[in-house]
Design a protein around this ligand. Sequence first.
Ligand SMILES: NC(=O)c1ccc[n+]([C@@H]2O[C@H](COP(=O)([O-])OP(=O)(O)OC[C@H]3O[C@@H](n4cnc5c(N)ncnc54)[C@H](OP(=O)(O)O)[C@@H]3O)[C@@H](O)[C@H]2O)c1
Length: 247
Amino acid sequence: MLNHIYNTALVTGATSGIGKAIVLALAGQGIQVFALGRNLDLLQEFDGIENVKAIQSDVRDYNQLKELFLSHEIDIVVNNAGVLTTRSEFQNINHSDIDAMLDINLKAPLHLTREALPAMIERGKGHVFFIGSSAGLTPHPNSTVYGASKAGISLFCDALRYDLVGHGIRVTEIVPGRVQTNLYHTAIEQNKVRSELYDEYESIMPEDIAELILTALRLPQAVDVSRFEVFPTSQVVGGSKIVKKQS
Ligand SMILES: NC(=O)c1ccc[n+]([C@@H]2O[C@H](COP(=O)([O-])OP(=O)(O)OC[C@H]3O[C@@H](n4cnc5c(N)ncnc54)[C@H](OP(=O)(O)O)[C@@H]3O)[C@@H](O)[C@H]2O)c1
């Protein structure tokens, strides 16, 4: 079981993929989880699941989330919500895509963490997670803005650890390569996502990322995993090459 000094968690992007798997994994460990997402129909799938309370919100609306931190002690924050709205060369990208990726992937986690930290510092405990990406550590074609948003998260995590050192708060970035989720649904034609990315390749599954979160949480308080970099076994570190499944 988990270190019981943590009782509550907030997970963003809870309606799909990695976020949903993290919600279920934490709730399964007896943590009271606030599962934040935009899609009401998908949030309703949490109805009746023990220890999960769904909150309909956009991560960009941090004023609404401010209330949550004032009214509840949140021990764990998982900044997971993210978008890859398009894969295109930078010279062709729309301004609205630039804004969406920077606002959701980079600015929102910073604002949310800013709201979470004062109470964590007061209590002398807390664990803040960020889901980064291999695209933030190594350049990938057609990924300038997504990559910049995730590179920003990566450096932010390291710098944040300076500001928090001595306060008893852990900061962990998880940097995955290819995970089988809905992330690409707007960037690649919907009916091609499976065949192009997943059918012939082994991917990390969302539950594997959730397991890393539990692993970091289970470690003694004196131990902080600053970064997990994780790839499918068939993908190279950095992510630029992946080989097909052997038949
Ligand atoms: N899949 C991969 O290969 C991979 C690799 C490296 C890193 N990641 C990162 O992993 C994280 C999770 O993505 P995923 O792969 O699980 O993709 P996903 O299945 O598309 O899940 C993304 C989640 O974020 C939510 N979200 C997006 N914008 C939001 C907003 N403004 N407010 C609240 N929720 C919002 C989505 O909900 P809506 O339906 O409302 O948009 C969805 O629940 C992302 O940060 C992504 O960048 C993924």
